[in-house]
Design a protein around this ligand. Structure first.
Ligand code: HEC
Length: 108
């Protein structure tokens, strides 16, 4: 009787463990692959409204053309392209701007 009981509970326990591991794993990987802070700011500030991936103003490779210093000034409307300042003045904290600029400068 007792042996029978153990035979039944062992697989159950294994399934439970698997389910637990399964349940935790996606959260863990999502964190590991989590977006950098800069990418998050980019999303939160809705930059992609005008800078869509693959669109006319795609910012891919912007780090090749522009320095972090220039990007920072440009986003604060202290720099211009062909005499034109950026459409939107960056509104957010200094830390957000730093993270964003770092991320942009790394888009190579
Ligand atoms: C209302 C539309 C709009 C929004 C929102 C916007 N931009 Fe822009 N952005 C533009 C336009 C227009 C240009 C000018 C492109 C040009 O003249 O080549 C530009 C240019 C830029 C450039 C220079 C690109 C280059 O080729 O050197 C960067 C960098 C940039 N934007 C970053 C951002 C970031 C970061 C955000 C979010 C905080 C943002 N933009 C939000 C419209 C927008």
């Amino acid at each position: 009787m007792q042996r029978q009981l153990r035979a039944m509970t062992t697989p159950c326990f294994a399934v439970l463990l698997l389910a637990l591991a399964w349940g935790c794993a996606p959260g863990a990987t999502a964190h590991a692959e989590g977006k950098s802070d800069g990418a998050k700011v980019y999303q939160e500030k809705k930059c992609a409204r005008c800078h869509k991936d693959g669109g006319k103003r795609d910012l891919k490779g912007v780090g090749k053309r522009r320095s972090a210093k220039w990007l920072k000034a440009y986003l604060q409307q202290q720099e211009s392209i062909d005499g034109k300042k950026h459409k939107k003045k960056f509104k957010g904290t200094d830390a957000e701007l730093e993270a964003l600029v770092k991320w942009l400068a790394a888009q190579k």
